[in-house]
Design a protein around this ligand. Structure first.
Ligand code: NDP
Ligand code: 8X3
Length: 251
């Protein structure tokens, strides 16, 4: 089916990768249904694209049900909604933050996928694209709550691939490294200076870099399943190994 008749649903489309993916998939001719909690931000993304948008909190089963009930057809589901909360060591771990990350990054994807799976199958060429992270297969000090959730998401994604074998639904996980979005700001509870330091002296990925990868995966022919796609800045060789340039000294 030509992209013009295909419908992509994107969760967490009010900022970062989700908003950029909406623009990239619109350029490819997809019709869009966008979801997130901040409706004004979502509207600002959706309206210029002529996209449908609906409130969605993936941590709330009733919200996911109401969202899914309004989606008649879906060919591509981009499970992008996600965040990290905090960077405490295991010794200092805050259980509420761990629980919140599991609810959002794992159960949120489970709920949304399960709610739309019948329509993805009925489309005859469905696709689930989960936005994972290098945190899905790497670890770093202070990252256990987030990496545990992204490791779990990776397990979910790989299991779904096995369970849908023989059904007309492709399953992909895109795993970016450091990318400059609102992610670090959210992680550090709005501390802009701490968030800025995450990208200091290096060139991170942009939301558009990741969105282009999502659009590429979504436009492969039906027989091609991109199982996994890892995308890092040139300056990042692993979660722990980042090349940072010294700031230019004042004249
Ligand atoms: P942003 O903080 O910019 O975007 C997060 C998006 O998720 C927002 O649109 C937010 O919308 C949405 N969201 C958060 N909570 C919920 C919820 N309960 N229900 C629905 N939507 C929600 O960060 P990114 O764009 O960077 O993050 C997108 C994904 O990419 C996440 O899964 C993240 O883990 C992953 N990632 C990010 C990397 C990075 O370095 N930036 C690297 C690798 C992966 P709203 O608040 O309006 O609900
Ligand atoms: C975000 C990448 O390295 O901050 O998923 O965990 S990292």
């Amino acid at each position: 089916m030509p992209a013009a008749e295909r419908i992509a649903v994107i969760t967490g489309a009010s900022s970062g990768f989700g908003a950029a993916a909406a623009r990239a998939l619109a350029r490819e001719g997809f019709r869009l249904v966008l979801g997130a909690r901040r409706l004004e931000r979502l509207r600002a993304v959706a309206e210029p694209l002529g996209a449908a948008y609906l409130p969605l909190d993936v941590t709330d089963a009733a919200s996911v049900e109401a969202f899914a009930a309004a989606v008649e057809r879906v060919d591509v589901l981009v499970n992008n909604a996600g965040n990290a909360f905090g960077a405490e060591s295991i010794a200092e771990a805050d259980e509420a933050k761990w629980r919140a990350m599991y609810e959002l990054n794992v159960l949120g994807v489970l709920r949304t996928t399960r709610a739309l799976l019948d329509r993805l199958i009925a489309s005859g060429d469905g696709q689930v694209i989960n936005v994972g992270s290098i945190a899905g297969f790497e670890v770093y000090p202070g990252g256990a709550g987030y990496t545990a959730s992204k490791h779990a998401l990776r397990a979910l994604t790989r299991t779904l691939r096995l369970e849908l074998l023989g059904r007309p639904v492709r399953v992909c996980e895109i795993s970016p490294g450091l990318a400059e979005t609102e992610f670090a700001l959210v992680r550090f509870g709005g501390d802009a200076e701490r968030a800025r330091k995450v990208y200091e002296g290096m060139t991170p990925l942009t939301a558009e870099d990741v969105a282009e990868a999502i659009a590429w995966v979504a436009t492969r022919p039906p027989h091609v399943n991109v199982d996994e796609l890892v995308l890092r800045p040139r300056d990042q060789a692993s979660a722990l190994l980042v090349h940072r340039r010294a700031p230019a000294s004042a004249p």
